[in-house]
Design a protein around this ligand. Sequence first.
Ligand code: ADP
Length: 206
Amino acid sequence: MIYIITGGPATGKGTRSDILAKALGIAHISTGEILREVAKTNSEIKDKLSKGELISDEIITDLLRDRLKKDDCKKGFILDGYPRTLNQIYLLNNLLDEMGRKIDKVIELTAPDELVFKRILERKSCSKCGRMYGIDFPPKNPEICDDCGGKLEIRTDDTKETLQARINTYKENSKEILKYYKDCGLLLTVDSSGHPENIVKEALED
Ligand code: ADP
């Protein structure tokens, strides 16, 4: 089972991917999370992430290829944040061909701009395990991760300025991606203003 979750910044991709992955017993692969991990030891990537710029298709696809080889992807996976360019669609098609697998559904999440800004400015993630917290799922203690006790931090790219750059990048690149998957008959558009748990019903219904 292979799902792709797409949508602009803070449309709830991470939260909904997590919920869906748990419900279906498949892996949640977030390219943003993979890159934030790499950024801890790579200043070039760190710099690009903090400016809201995309990482090169080659680098991100190599990282993804390695990740998809892991055992937890055997049953299936949800791709969160990839593909983000038309070229990444082709690279992903090649990658899946190599693996003898195919995409079941592409879910596009939409949300009104006011909600996106509110979500961004209130979200935090754990510096140790990467768990995300936000308006739908606040931590018990605003500084500390419920799961592992790690320190919660605001992402360096979660600023008003970077958010605008990320929204613009998404708008530029998403049109052709959505058209491509619509033409393949794989696209399902879901309004993400409702409760995150709704995603399980919405994803399986269509
Ligand atoms: P958001 O969707 O809120 O921007 P993500 O965690 O998905 O957050 O991505 C954070 C950043 O990681 C992006 O702004 C971009 O710099 C980089 N990134 C993530 N996925 C990709 C990708 N598929 N290709 C290139 N860059 C990526």
